[in-house]
Design a binder for this molecule. Structure first.
Ligand code: ZN
Length: 84
């Protein structure tokens, strides 16, 4: 896929389980992290912006079109120890 995206991800890699603890309290919980692929984020990645944002996917959600939390900032998530 996009090598530049993954290189910029720092400690959190696509598919990692993460805990979201950001400003949207309704979304606090455990998610699978992926690079956010919305248009503004991809544009920032391509510009070399280091402010990487993530898309958070509910690992227990079975609806294929369920909403996901987009554009989560790095400081709003922590790598979960559940997959260690
Ligand atoms: Zn985004």
């Amino acid at each position: 896929m996009h090598d530049t995206l993954f290189r910029a991800l720092d400690l959190i890699e696509p598919g990692d389980l993460v805990l979201y603890h950001g400003s949207i309290t309704d979304w606090h919980g455990l998610y699978l992290a992926a690079p956010c692929d919305c248009t503004p984020c991809v544009r920032d990645y391509n510009r070399g912006d280091n402010d990487v944002r993530y898309r958070l996917i509910d690992p227990f959600e079975e609806e294929p079109d369920a909403p996901t939390l987009r554009c989560a900032r790095r400081h709003s998530i922590s790598r979960s120890t559940a997959n260690a």
